[in-house]
Design a protein around this ligand. Structure first.
Ligand SMILES: [Zn+2]
Ligand SMILES: [Zn+2]
Length: 163
């Protein structure tokens, strides 16, 4: 039984390698190469105390964190090593003529080129077959504490009366 499963695994690995070789032969380039597709799994390098995030090779790079974590910590990209920035407007995905899903370039369902941002706005969902990335929204800082809003409400009638 054990021998059988190892045999099955080696066949599986062999077929995987064949699939990769096939992909390379077609020379279809990934339009999203080097871009951050999923901030919850893409890794960047942060520092222990700083407010910047970095590429792996930057001399300031210390702690490996997900891009999402770096954004939650309000880290900004290092000006020296210029790490990637998540931008759904530049991520290429493909819609279909009438379907409710969007796809990656190498999915058999891919038809009309669009961007992740546009697909999200159109209410399309990521395809589960090609594992298209979901549209990720950066955590938004609370613009104003609740107390500041109360003050606004108090001062507003005064300002109106003064006019
Ligand atoms: Zn850096
Ligand atoms: Zn797909």
């Amino acid at each position: 039984m054990r021998h059988l499963s190892i045999f099955a695994l080696s066949i599986f690995v062999a077929s995987l390698s064949a699939a990769w070789a096939g992909d390379a032969a077609t020379e279809v380039k990934d339009p999203n190469a080097g871009k951050i597709l999923d901030p919850t799994t893409a890794m960047v390098w942060s520092t222990e105390k700083g407010s910047k995030y970095h590429t792996k090779d930057c001399k300031s790079a210390k702690v490996e964190v997900t891009y999402a974590k770096a954004m939650a910590d309000e880290d900004t990209p290092c000006a020296t090593c210029k790490p990637p920035v998540y931008d759904p407007a530049t991520i290429v995905v493909f819609a279909t003529e009438s379907g409710k899903k969007y796809h990656l370039y190498n999915c058999k369902f891919a038809k009309k080129q669009t961007t992740l941002e546009a697909a999200g706005k159109d209410g399309l969902e990521p395809c589960g077959v090609c594992k298209a990335p979901a549209l990720w929204k950066a955590p938004v800082k609370l613009a104003q504490p609740a107390e500041a809003k109360k003050d606004d409400a108090k001062t507003e009638p005064k300002a109106a009366a003064a006019k």
